[in-house]
Write a protein that binds this ligand. Structure first.
Ligand code: SF4
Length: 253
C-alpha cells in the first residue's frame, strides 16, 4: 500500500470516529495549559489533573509563580515525575512570562521554546491547541503509533516524525491528528503489546501486515511444532531416567 493511501485511510477513519478530539489535561486558559503540559513530560495526564487544581488556585497568574520559589511549588507537585526540576522550570517560566512576554503566553514556537521546561513538543502543543497553528507535537505515543501504522518511514527522532507527518497531513488537521495518535497510542496501540485484536486500523497498518503475513504465521506455527517436539523429547528422557533409577534401586535390594 502506498504511503499516501495509508494517510488517506487514517484521516478518513479518525475524521468520522473522532471529529473533535481534545487533550485530556484539564485547564481553563493558556497559562494553565502551559503549566499542565510542562508537568506532563514523562508523567500521565491523570496524575497531572490530580495536582493542578490546587496549583492553579495558589498560582492563578504568571506573577504569582514568578514571586514564588521552587521549594514552594515543589510542595504542590511532589507526586509528579521529576518534581524538583519541574518546580524550577515553572518558577523560571513564570518569571520569563512576566519579564519578557508581558505576562502573556506567546504564540510563536521559537518564543515558547525560550522558556524553561518548554521544548519543541510543548511549544507545538501550545501553538496548536491555543493558537490553532499548523503544528504537530510528537510525544512518545505519536512517535510509536505513526511508525507502526506506517505513516512514517525510518523516522528515528521526534523531529523526523514531525517533518514526515507535516509533509503528508493537510495543515488544518495537524492539531487533531496529534490527539488521534495520542489517544490511539494510550488506549489501543499501547507500547508493549499493541491490542491489534481490537484495533480498527489493521487493514492498513504496516506493523500488523508485517506480523500477520502468511510467512509470519508459518514461522509461528513452525516454532510451536518445534517447542512441542522438544517438550515430548524431554518427557521421554525423564521417563527413561526414572526407569533406570528404579531398576538400580531394585537391584540393590
Ligand atoms: S493494528 Fe496493532 S500495531 Fe497497528 S495501529 Fe492497530 S494496535 Fe497498533
Amino acid at each position: 500500500m502506498l504511503k499516501a493511501e495509508r494517510y488517506r485511510h487514517f484521516v478518513e477513519y479518525f475524521s468520522k470516529q473522532q471529529p473533535n478530539p481534545v487533550t485530556e489535561l484539564h485547564y481553563n486558559n493558556p497559562f494553565q495549559l502551559l503549566i499542565a503540559v510542562i508537568l506532563s513530560a514523562q508523567c500521565t495526564d491523570k496524575r497531572i489533573n490530580q495536582v493542578t487544581p490546587a496549583l492553579f488556585e495558589r498560582f492563578p497568574a504568571p506573577e504569582d509563580l514568578a514571586a514564588s520559589s521552587p521549594e514552594e511549588v515543589f510542595t504542590y507537585i511532589r507526586s509528579v515525575s521529576y518534581p524538583n526540576n519541574k518546580a524550577k522550570h515553572l518558577v523560571g517560566m513564570g518569571k520569563m512570562l512576566v519579564e519578557v512576554f508581558n505576562s502573556q503566553v506567546p504564540s510563536d514556537i521559537d518564543d515558547l521554546q525560550k522558556m524553561p521546561g518548554v521544548g519543541r513538543k510543548t511549544a507545538n502543543v501550545i501553538a496548536s491547541v491555543v493558537f490553532d497553528a499548523p503544528a504537530i507535537a510528537v510525544d512518545t505515543h505519536v512517535f510509536r503509533v505513526s511508525n507502526r501504522i506506517g505513516l512514517t518511514t525510518n523516522a528515528r527522532t521526534p523531529l523526523a516524525v514531525e517533518q514526515q507527518l507535516t509533509e503528508y497531513l493537510p495543515q488544518d488537521i495537524l492539531g487533531v491528528a496529534h490527539h488521534w495518535l495520542i489517544l490511539h497510542g494510550r488506549y489501543i496501540c499501547v507500547a508493549r503489546s499493541p491490542k491489534c485484536e481490537i484495533c480498527p486500523l489493521t487493514w492498513f497498518c504496516k506493523y500488523y501486515e508485517r506480523n500477520n503475513t502468511e510467512a509470519a504465521l508459518l514461522r509461528a506455527e513452525a516454532a510451536k511444532i518445534k517447542k512441542a517436539k522438544e517438550a515430548k523429547k524431554k518427557k521421554a528422557l525423564n521417563t527413561i531416567s526414572k526407569e533406570l533409577k528404579k531398576r538400580s534401586v531394585d537391584k540393590d535390594i
